[in-house]
Design a protein around this ligand. Structure first.
Ligand SMILES: [Zn+2]
Ligand SMILES: [Zn+2]
Length: 346
């Protein structure tokens, strides 16, 4: 990959939203217990087969997603917000399963151990196999209190104090726990719960308050051409029309950048499926994935696999907005504004 910033091409913000003939698009795409992590695992396996510096890591994350799938399939009931709590959050337009406030059930740590045991039992090859095994073992031995502290920090969207090597596994367990709650409660998935929420201006997840991982332009059914923002934690995607910065909602001057540069002589040139949506106002970017160019794309997997785009954007003037729990970057806090990574612009 060419690392010079010349290889970043500005793609005209001409992604006009195709007028939909059939009414309003769905407000949400809800995670599905049977497919959320299974599809992610399948996609990660596919991506891991492509040559690249992180293919071995993608392979490990594919195994982790498979372990998440198995864990999510077999969880007992957990405490959920009661009717009064749901009414309260609906009334104030607040996330019903707020990641920062929700009293986590200890089951999430059981899930974590289940994920670790699955990976420890899997046959790992490659030169990193022993290092990974040691890492998994180290997380297994972490005291429960420390795991809670790590979870708090991770859910706050902060990287300071976070054990970066352990974070993907702790994050994966939290994803299973939050997806489980969301999948278990029709009341939380009801549109009425979000009547006071202006979804198109929602810069953090309406269900759990977490940062997004990426956004997706879908190509199927009534959602064709519509953009949804994908939550990093609970797995929901919420509708947000383009073209608009997903962090500060600024609309003018939003531009799209990609790794490949169109060769004028190349008639077969195709715009890549994964672009960086950049905002001139808040100087951040979030990846945007076009499924009509990559039908098997999955938000968490494809965001992760396109890490070269982060490398390239990191050389420019933009900071990454959003978080992928499967791989955290140690950001220099002096490079960030005085807001934390998870801060919502007012
Ligand atoms: Zn969420
Ligand atoms: Zn912005």
């Amino acid at each position: 990959m060419a690392k010079s910033s010349e290889s970043v091409v500005r793609i005209m913000p001409a992604e006009e939203i195709i007028a939909r003939g059939s009414g309003e698009p769905d407000l949400f795409i809800w995670p599905n217990r049977a497919s959320l992590f299974a599809e992610r695992s399948m996609r990660l396996k596919q991506l891991a087969r492509q040559p690249g510096a992180i293919s071995a890591y993608l392979g490990l994350m594919a195994e982790l997603a498979q372990a998440q799938h198995l864990a999510l399939a077999d969880l007992p009931e957990v405490p959920m917000p009661d009717e009064a709590a749901l009414a309260q959050s609906a009334e104030h337009g607040l996330p019903p399963l707020a990641a920062l406030d929700w009293p986590r059930d200890p089951i999430w740590q059981k899930i974590l151990h289940q994920l670790l045991d699955y990976l420890l039992a899997a046959k790992m090859r490659g030169e990193q196999a022993e290092n990974i095994r040691q890492l998994l073992q180290r997380i297994k031995e972490m005291p429960s209190v420390e795991l809670e502290v790590q979870a708090d920090q991770l859910l706050a969207g902060s990287v300071s104090g976070v054990d970066l090597a352990a974070a993907p596994f702790i994050g994966a367990a939290l994803q299973v726990y939050w997806a489980h709650m969301l999948c278990s409660s029709p009341a939380i998935r009801a549109d009425e719960q979000y009547q006071k929420v202006k979804l198109s201006e929602q810069t953090t997840c309406p269900c759990c308050g977490s940062l997004p991982t990426t956004s997706m332009v879908h190509s199927f059914g009534g959602m064709a051409g519509q953009r949804y923002v994908a939550c990093s934690l609970c797995g929901v995607q919420w509708h947000m029309p383009r073209i608009r910065c997903t962090r500060c909602l600024h609309e003018d001057g939003v531009e799209y950048m990609s790794l490949a540069s169109p060769d004028v002589a190349d008639e077969d040139y195709q715009t890549p499926a994964v672009l960086a949506e950049t905002c001139p106002e808040c100087k951040t970017y979030l990846k945007i994935i076009h499924t009509e160019r990559e039908p098997f794309a999955e938000p968490i997997a494809d965001e992760l696999a396109n890490i070269q785009l982060d490398v390239l954007m990191g050389e420019g003037e933009y900071y990454k907005h959003g978080i992928n729990l499967l791989l955290l970057f140690a950001q220099d806090p002096t490079e960030q504004s005085d807001e934390t990574v998870g801060a919502t612009p007012s």
